[in-house]
Design a protein around this ligand. Structure first.
Ligand code: CP
Length: 306
């Protein structure tokens, strides 16, 4: 299949066939990271700019490693280290970066829609590495890759997404992606953290976490995003952990072969206990490993070398 997307801005604009093609490509990229020499010349001569306006460990490092494993030249800049601190606008900064002829710009930004704006003013390909509460497509794709790797197929799986749905770009992207791929998605968390009308994504909603966990094939726990909460949306962390957190007792309700996932960073002891995060059902670090292969696949496909 030829891949004719110029940008990766969200999951909703990708078809079942396009997601499958990205995941198949990522599967084939994974082996490169197992080699003694973890590098292929595929993107030699290509330039990739990583433009991060928000803190990141996993996404930024894995995009950077992905570029280097494909022999592209990657350059990282942050808002604090750029001329934006002197008052330059995002669009002017981006146009100046484009004037240096990169092939792909990867951007993380705290404002929803920032990557979409960039894609309209730049000629180069743009990958959204997370924009506000809107979308985190590469995270959703690596999550689907990680599920598919163990379960074989996403179709028909019961996937519970639990926690701070309102502030989560990961939840939005996963709802869209998993629904496109035929999974049954159930959302749970405190009523204050579940937006009204979320059912329009085709997901079920329950405020009873036990109901969401019961028989789940996959459980995706979300971080309480303290930095995005203007109001108190839950009483105490202790209360949150007891009512909505995933612990070993609650986990017994899930399918015996359940996968436990978390996009990170985790609030250990709040949304997930140490025993579950580090336990036998957790694929949290496999998600991070797969993030490199998935981002290699995105670079490969967007660079038009397939
Ligand atoms: N999952 C994720 O986006 O993590 P980072 O914020 O560390 O990139």
């Amino acid at each position: 299949m030829s891949f004719n997307k110029k940008h990766i801005l969200d999951i909703g604009s990708l078809s079942h066939e396009e997601i499958t093609h990205i995941l198949d490509t990522a599967d084939s990229m994974k082996e490169i990271s197992e080699r003694p020499v973890k590098k292929v010349p595929t993107l030699r001569g290509k330039t990739i700019i990583l433009f991060f306006h928000e803190p990141s460990t996993r996404t930024k490092v894995s995009f950077d490693i992905a570029a280097k494993r494909l022999s592209a030249d990657s350059i990282s800049i942050s808002s604090s280290g750029s001329s934006m601190v002197k008052g330059e606008t995002l669009i002017d900064t981006a146009k100046n970066l484009q004037a240096m002829r990169p092939d792909i710009v990867v951007m993380r930004h705290s404002s929803s829609g920032a990557s979409n704006i960039l894609s309209k003013v730049l000629d180069t390909s743009v990958i959204n590495a997370g924009d506000g509460m809107h979308a985190h497509p590469s995270q959703s794709l690596l999550d689907m890759m990680s599920i598919r790797e163990v379960k074989g197929d996403l179709k028909g799986l019961k996937v519970a997404i639990i926690g701070d749905i309102a502030h989560s770009r990961v939840a939005r992207s996963n709802m869209e992606g998993l629904k496109t791929m035929g999974a049954e998605v159930i959302i749970s968390g405190p009523p204050t953290m579940i937006p009204i009308g979320i059912e329009s994504y085709g997901v079920k909603v329950t405020y009873d976490v036990n109901e969401a966990v019961a028989g789940a094939d996959v459980i995706i726990m979300l971080r309480i995003q303290k930095e995005r909460q203007e109001n108190f949306l839950f009483s105490t962390e202790r209360e949150y952990s007891k009512t909505f957190g995933l612990n070993e007792d609650r986990l017994k309700l899930a399918d015996p072969n359940v996968l436990i996932m978390h996009p990170g960073p985790m609030n250990r002891g709040v949304e997930i206990s140490n025993e579950v995060a580090d336990g036998p059902y957790s694929v949290i670090l496999e998600q991070v490993t797969n993030g490199v292969a998935l981002r290699m696949a995105l670079f490969y496909l967007l660079a038009g070398v397939s």
